[in-house]
Design a protein around this ligand. Structure first.
Ligand code: PRP
Length: 213
């Protein structure tokens, strides 16, 4: 049986739907359960917080995983990236209150630019490339609250529909990168269980083509 870690939240439904189109009749875990199997016992899926998906895969607890490219770029895990699944397309952007967003970010007279984010590594690299000193404030979620509450004037976060930015009076300053869901695999498992995992990846690839056609 193949064990697959799925990122909870925005991408979970799309990931399960793709698995079903690929021929694995797996339903969303029932009630408060976080794992489920298909009736033929070919696949077990479990839902984890997105930053934990590459961790489960790199430790070989899961053979494969489906997680956003944003998470992979942030943590650079030692896993194989097999496929771009195109699901959960979003943008990672630098944003600020509308009156500030039109101008390029400049550090204040006191020194570094303060940026709240769940992506400290991506943020650090982005500002290092521009030679702008930053103070990164790491948060776990609800990032758009930071400017309103006075924690940080800038945020680096995911935008999908743009409604959360809009609802907090924020506007995009710059696009940092785009992101879609990726199929990842444990390196050792990929070598040892090559035929089974390749067949799994091919089934997903086929389901993507069907989805697009
Ligand atoms: C993400 C992101 C934004 C929101 C953007 O949050 O951090 O808050 O989605 O979506 P939108 O552009 O469609 O409004 P998520 O729901 O993953 O939860 P979080 O705030 O706990 O990170």
């Amino acid at each position: 049986m193949i064990r697959c870690a799925l990122a909870k939240g925005r991408m979970a439904d799309g990931s399960l739907e793709l698995l079903r189109r690929a021929g694995y009749a797996v339903e969303a875990p029932a009630g408060r359960r976080l794992s489920a199997r298909d009736p033929e016992q070919r696949l077990e899926v479990f839902l984890a917080k997105s930053p934990d998906v590459p961790t489960y895969v790199s430790y070989g607890i899961a053979d494969v995983g489906i997680v956003g490219e944003d998470v992979l770029r942030e943590s650079s895990p030692d896993v194989l990236e097999l496929l771009d699944l195109g699901l959960g397309a979003c943008r990672l952007v630098l944003a600020a209150p509308r009156d500030r967003a039109a101008a390029p970010p400049r550090p204040s007279a006191e020194g570094a630019l303060r940026v709240a984010t769940k992506y400290p590594e991506i943020a650090r690299a982005y500002f290092a490339r521009r030679g702008v000193p930053v103070e990164i404030v790491r948060l776990s979620g609800s990032i758009e609250l930071a400017p309103e509450l006075g924690l940080a004037p800038y945020v680096l976060d995911i935008v999908e529909t743009g409604s959360t930015l809009e609802a907090h009076g924020l506007a995009v300053v710059d696009e940092v990168q785009r992101s879609t869901a990726r199929l990842i695999a444990n390196r050792a498992r990929w070598a040892l269980e090559h035929a089974a995992l390749r067949a799994f990846a091919r089934a997903l690839e086929g389901a993507l083509r069907v989805g697009i056609a």
